[in-house]
Design a protein around this ligand. Structure first.
Ligand code: SAH
Ligand code: SF4
Ligand code: F3S
Length: 509
């Protein structure tokens, strides 16, 4: 947070709050909007590590007899932040509930990546109004990436005055203070730091499930792809220290977790901010490889920083799985240039070649944006041809959505929405075609499945994922849940595989 904001938030004095809403005063005294401009500044300040997070004594027991409910939107980073907030709530004495009607605090952990993601959240804030009116003691909070946008904060202040708290992605550890202030105050509590470069360790976490776990390895993003809001909402790139990550993974292994996903917006930049050592993602993976946990994944990779050292380490396999999510965004070098992705089509294909040479059976998945401003038919076709050439296992595909404050949002765009939709359809047809073909190759083969539970539609069927992240449905005993088992694939569908269990509890080296 910048100095102005620090002063602004410390000015809050609950005892002299007026009970009537007086927004002119409010804006001047306690509200300082998050600033995308400030968020963009990347200083040379050192990353500060706080290893001593504790729940302040005066807040312990705050949640006794109260329930919390968190609805999460967006990526795994947000899912994991929700686990941290759940950890803080529980440490304060709150209990979780999965029914908003039973909650004393409701949080919406939001995503700003595309406009439709934001619209969903505004719709939900609207739906929650009757609950809030019925129960004035209910606290309603908005957090996550949307809270980092000034336009969103202003809109909530004006149109959704019944919201009690807005706090940003850098303020999660402040949750006890924010809740306390919301209980004491009649005004909306807004605490959004535009800019923060710290890493906070020892945050409590309540993880969803006991089979797979997420572990942050770094925060933020400095890539500033011209269409993307994330560098503004998540702050500058900062890596956790390897010893803290290794300790967390060891601890999860000891607790019986079977799979870890290392998280970062651009995990290949891991370690670039260390001033005292040369240490990258390849080095980290090489150390994690020795921990006794069956599977380790990471997401998301940026092609630009994917180095040979990492490829060499991944080729050692063991618990490092043969699946890499490698967003390409476009197959046209011209579009990639305007997107500021900092690689060309040829460089991407060369990287894929190197990866496939080292790990011939690797499964590659990707993200693609269609209808970037002024994308021509030829440029779009280059995306199709690249897709065909790489033969990705699957892809997340999106129509470009302008995000306020990003450079691309200022570009004139001559591509009509119908054309964008039609391109998305054509791309999706290709994605489905290649996925179906790749899935077909599994028929008759035996795969290792980490069993996660009963299938959604049929409790007699178990479901789990392969090392390459394919969903497999098969008949098996409930005792297999949480275990690695061998399954023979009997039938391939476009997105899932059906099979029969052939052997229980596989030993993995
Ligand atoms: N850090 C990840 C991406 C996180 S966002 C990476 O760089 O790969 C996930 C995906 O959302 C992106 O890969 C991109 O394909 C898509 N995306 C991001 N901004 C978008 C926008 N403004 N419009 C449409 N899709 C977008
Ligand atoms: Fe966004 Fe690009 Fe950073 Fe990914 S690497 S989060 S797409 S700016
Ligand atoms: Fe969305 Fe923020 Fe993740 S914008 S995709 S929740 S980093």
């Amino acid at each position: 947070m910048n100095e102005k904001q620090r002063k602004a938030t410390t000015l809050v004095n609950p005892s002299d709050k007026k009970s009537e809403k007086d927004y002119s005063k409010y804006f001047e005294r306690i509200y300082m909007p998050p600033s995308l401009k400030d968020a963009k500044k990347r200083g040379k300040e050192e990353v500060k590590y706080h290893k001593d997070f504790e729940i302040p004594e005066q807040f312990k027991g705050m949640g006794n007899g109260r329930n919390f409910y968190i609805r999460t939107y967006g990526c795994q980073m947000n899912e994991h932040d929700t686990e941290v907030m759940a950890g803080i709530f529980m440490a304060l004495g709150y209990e979780p509930t999965d029914r908003p009607e039973d909650a004393n605090v409701i949080l919406l952990n939001t995503c700003a990546i595309r406009e439709n993601a934001e619209n969903k959240v505004f719709g939900e804030i609207g739906h929650l109004k009757p609950l809030k009116m019925e129960n004035p003691d209910l606290l309603l909070g908005v957090c996550g990436c949307m809270s980092q946008e000034e336009s969103v904060v202003n809109k909530i202040l004006k149109q959704y005055q019944y919201v009690d708290m807005i706090f940003g992605t850098h303020n999660i550890h402040r949750l006890p203070h924010i809740l306390n202030e919301a209980y004491m105050s009649k005004e909306m509590v807004v605490e959004v730091w535009s800019k923060e470069g710290d890493v906070i360790e020892n945050l409590p976490k309540v993880r969803k499930g006991n089979i797979k776990a997420w572990v942050n390895i770094m925060y933020g993003c400095d890539k500033f792809c011209t269409y993307c809001i994330v560098p503004y909402t998540r702050g500058k790139e900062r890596s956790r220290r390897p010893e803290d990550i290794i300790q967390e993974v060891r601890h999860l292994a000891a607790q019986g977790y079977q799979e870890i996903t290392l998280l970062g917006q651009n995990v290949n930049a891991y370690g670039k901010d260390f001033e005292d050592m040369e240490y990258g993602l390849g080095d980290l993976m090489d150390e994690l490889r020795n921990i006794d946990i069956p599977r380790i994944r990471f997401t998301t990779s940026h092609p630009r920083d994917f180095d040979d050292r990492l490829i060499e380490v991944l080729a050692k396999r063991g618990n490092l799985v043969e699946h890499i999510h490698l967003p390409v965004q476009s197959g046209s070098s011209d579009i990639l240039k305007i997107m500021a992705r900092k690689y060309t089509r040829e460089q991407y294909l060369e990287l894929v070649r190197k990866i496939k040479e080292a790990i011939p059976d690797v499964a590659l998945t990707t993200d693609i944006i269609v209808g970037f401003p002024n994308e021509t038919e030829e440029q779009f076709e280059e995306t199709l041809s690249l897709y065909r050439e790489v033969e990705f296992d699957s892809a997340y595909t999106f129509i470009y959505s302008p995000r306020e404050g990003t450079p691309a949002a200022k570009m004139k765009d001559n591509v009509p929405m119908e054309v964008k939709k039609e391109r998305l359809q054509r791309l999706n047809n290709l994605v489905n075609e290649i996925s179906a073909k790749k899935m077909k190759e599994y028929e008759g083969k035996i795969v290792e499945v980490l069993v996660e539970g009963e299938s959604k539609n049929n409790p007699d069927i178990l479901a789990g994922y392969t090392r390459k992240n394919k969903l497999v449905n098969f008949r098996g005993p409930k005792s297999a849940i949480g275990q690695l088992v061998k399954v023979k694939i009997t039938k391939a569908k476009t997105w899932t595989l059906d099979g029969e269990m052939v052997e229980e509890a596989v030993e993995v080296n």
